[in-house]
Design a protein around this ligand. Structure first.
Ligand code: ZN
Length: 296
């Protein structure tokens, strides 16, 4: 081979490597279309932008019909490293439910944000994936309430009652309970979350679930006087699930803590690893940190 062709081969190889590096490594799918939160089109945009930061993911969005079970809703889950739910609405078609169970069981990643854990109270596999949920007819038949007591012990409480409640929105402190998990490694032991609904009394099967962080839901603020789960990971078959009940309002999702945990949680669900660093403007023990969303 002549040296000029060798040289051009070399440059072609360089170009190929360059193109590969420029392309996001992972594909993510956000599911939306129905939600009791009217701001869902905006929070989808926000989460899409957060997940695309650093070229972490290339994000597609799948939208259901505005009402009822949508027979045409059949995303190709297998094309994605992670599926993020911003959906709280009618049941999916049976074959879509089955395809989703097969996807996660087979090693797909899943991320559950805020009201997505209100969905599908009567879908057993979904509730195993998310561990804990609220509303949607959930009660003692759905599984125990799970929280931390004042001594820092995880508590499973089988007492009767509905699942899901929250007081008025306020800023609250997140306490890291497992500092060794890739999602929480390097985060402050305590940090302030921007104004949000503090979900309490969540209940569900809670199998293969690890609580990474909690928040104290004071009765004075309409809560339970319990330390409620705020960051959770689960294993479902070969799949990894990250669940956060945070993220009610646009302001809640502008919290740098929320953004960082969403990015890290989605990356972990997709790959089992986390490369996203803790940013300089991460909230502290007594100070929230908010990034005004200016994306499109
Ligand atoms: Zn809400």
């Amino acid at each position: 081979m002549r040296s000029t062709s060798l040289l051009s081969l070399f440059f072609c190889a360089l170009l190929a490597i360059g193109l590969q590096a420029a392309e996001p490594k992972l594909k993510a799918l956000i599911i939306e279309g129905q939600n009791n939160h009217g701001n869902w089109p905006q929070t989808t945009k926000m989460m899409k932008s957060y997940l695309e930061q650093f070229g972490l993911f290339a994000v597609d969005v799948a939208t259901t019909a505005a009402k009822g079970t949508d027979p045409s809703f059949k995303p190709e889950f297998d094309k994605y490293a992670v599926v993020v739910s911003n959906y709280n609405g009618a049941d999916w078609p049976k074959e879509t439910q089955q395809a989703f169970v097969d996807y996660v069981k087979g090693g797909g990643g899943f991320v559950v944000v805020h009201a997505a854990d209100n969905s599908f109270g009567n879908w057993p596999e979904y509730n195993e994936m998310i561990g804990l949920g609220g509303w949607g007819g959930r009660n003692e038949k759905s599984g125990p309430y799970v929280y931390f007591n004042d001594k820092g012990a995880e508590t499973r409480d089988e007492s009767k009652g509905n699942g899901g409640s929250h007081g008025a929105q306020h800023a609250f402190q997140i306490i890291t309970r497992d500092a060794e998990h890739p999602i929480t490694k390097g985060l402050p032991k305590a940090w302030m979350h921007v104004n949000d609904e503090l979900y309490d009394r969540l209940r569900g099967p809670a199998t293969n679930m690890t609580i990474l962080a909690t928040a104290y839901a004071a009765k004075g603020k309409g809560g339970t006087d319990r330390h409620e789960p705020m960051l959770m990971t689960l294993n479902y078959g070969k799949g990894r699930v990250f669940h956060t009940p945070m993220g009610h309002g646009n302001d809640s999702q502008e919290c740098v803590g929320f953004i960082t945990c969403l990015q890290r949680g989605a990356e972990w669900a997709a790959t089992g690893k986390v490369t996203v660093k803790v940013p300089e403007d991460f909230p502290t023990e007594d100070k929230t940190s908010q990034r005004k969303f200016a994306g499109k």
